[in-house]
Ligand binder design. Structure first.
Ligand code: ZN
Length: 472
């Protein structure tokens, strides 16, 4: 998930006074950290669940292979590792597709960049064309040739005397390489080399005295995690007005390790924010039974935390340049015209996301609207995104989109004085102000799932309660 830029430009003063109320409802999530006050007295408690914790089995959270280690030592290692994550990740990945012993091979490295396909990229190395053909053949069925990216790297190991290939490895990601090796009989055989991540549960807690993002960063937790928390509670907490110094947050999250080194974060399993003004909010990850069921976050009363519509269909924006007006002077047409939407000023290229799950009605040039995307949602609601620089990949009529999926990028096509997103919403054919629309609460978990949910949530709630935060 791209992390929102958490600064915000208050815009002109009139706008500010007029728009305080609406603004607070709008982009709280996005601008929070600028505002989320600094963390005073961060108290961090990082430790891991023991192997036999019942939570672990209850959650069935993928591949959780915990290791019994002294708590203190583990916590220390974790904090240290998180701080230098970049380095250790690289080292771990390099080890993944390189033979442990230096066999005296002539090593040639390359990347896909600037080449038309793997064949051309390989031909630019010291491999002769026969070898290239053999490698490409051995990769068939092991490597998805349509999914090759310019940043992918590969490495050939050649016999220094004969220049015959000994081993070829193509690195798709930190976790996946495809390796071609020469067998004793001289044939080249390919295989996929997948790295397994170990996942352990980590508990983190702190007290607000600054920005949540900054405070989490101080304890080695990435900004991406902070962004997820902002999104998660952005439905219920007004990040602009509600936080107070001393408010407490707690998170139970999956920490991933690659060969013992910190790698990244998995799911947030439970989170809590309790504040003087915000009140107490808890979120629990729950995946209903059934093959196609998707996990999501629910509150203590089994209600979905996510709502149908997000408040601002931009990851970050500078300011609201024009609000919903029944009549306003149009800067380009030089006459009064109804403004059926809200304009968000944003730098060109800023990703625009779908405000809700839906289907693309159209993605095309539409006169004054410029490049425009129209989405159809449940409840006879249509959302409109105008003046786009370009559409996101795969956005065309009939395609399904998910909430927060990128559908295009901010531009100034059509009748526009500068780069901005015009965001409009129609309910049963009538324009409404998307900033003032009451966004209904999320739906309840279906009845047959609730008993099981309560058991899972109860255990997670106890874990949250068990995390102690020192008083200030
Ligand atoms: Zn507009």
């Amino acid at each position: 998930m791209p992390s929102p830029r958490l600064t915000y430009d208050p815009g002109n003063r009139n706008d500010r006074v007029r728009g305080m109320r609406a603004r607070s409802r709008v982009g709280g999530t996005l601008r929070l950290a600028a505002v989320f006050l600094l963390l005073v007295g961060i108290n961090v408690y990082v430790f891991f669940f023991r192997d036999n914790t019942s939570i672990k089995s209850a959650m069935r959270a993928g591949s959780i292979h915990g290791k019994k280690l002294a708590k203190a030592a583990e916590a220390k290692g974790e904090a240290k590792g998180a701080a230098k994550g970049g380095v250790s990740e690289k080292a771990a990945a390099a080890a993944a597709d390189t033979p442990a012993v230096d066999d005296g091979s002539l090593v040639v490295r390359g990347r896909m960049k600037g080449h038309n396909g793997l064949f051309a990229a390989l031909a630019a190395t010291k491999l002769d064309s026969k070898e290239v053909a053999a490698v490409v053949k051995a990769l068939r069925g092991k490597l998805d040739m349509r999914a090759l990216k310019p940043h992918h790297t590969f490495e050939s190991r050649l016999d220094p005397a004969t220049h015959k290939l000994r081993r070829f490895s193509y690195r798709v990601s930190k976790l996946l390489s495809v390796v071609v090796e020469r067998r004793a009989d001289g044939t080249l055989v390919g295989r996929r080399l997948e790295q397994k991540l170990d996942t352990r549960l980590m508990r983190v807690a702190g007290r607000i005295s600054g920005s949540l993002t900054a405070s989490l960063a101080k304890i080695g937790v990435s900004g991406a995690v902070a962004a997820r928390l902002l999104h998660l509670f952005g439905w219920d907490i007004d990040w602009y007005h509600d936080p107070r110094p001393g408010d407490v947050f707690k998170v139970v999250i999956e920490r991933q390790f690659l060969k013992g080194k910190p790698f990244g974060y998995g799911r947030i399993l439970a989170a809590e924010y309790s504040g003087k003004v915000a009140g107490r909010h808890r979120a629990f990850y729950y995946k209903p039974r059934g093959k196609n069921a998707k996990g999501d976050y629910y509150n203590e009363r089994a209600r979905l935390i996510r709502r149908q519509f997000i408040k601002t269909p931009l990851y970050h924006y500078r300011r609201i340049s024009s609000r919903f007006h029944h009549r306003r002077f149009h800067p380009v047409l030089k006459r009064r015209k109804r403004h059926n939407g809200v304009d968000f000023a944003a730098p060109p290229g800023t990703p625009v996301v779908a405000a809700a799950d839906g289907v693309v009605l159209s993605a095309a040039r539409a006169g004054g609207a410029g490049r425009a995307v129209l989405l159809q949602h449940k409840g006879k609601i249509v959302t409109q995104y105008f003046h786009l620089l370009r559409f996101a990949r795969g956005i065309r009529a009939g395609r399904k989109v998910r909430q927060r999926q990128v559908i295009g990028y901010v531009g100034s096509t059509g009748l526009a004085t500068g780069p901005h997103l015009h965001y409009g919403m129609k309910i049963r054919g009538r324009y409404v102000n998307p900033l003032r629309m009451h966004i209904p609460q999320g739906r309840m978990l279906p009845l047959p799932e609730r008993a099981r949910f309560r058991r899972v949530a109860h255990k997670l709630a106890r874990e949250l309660s068990g995390i102690t935060v020192a008083s200030r």
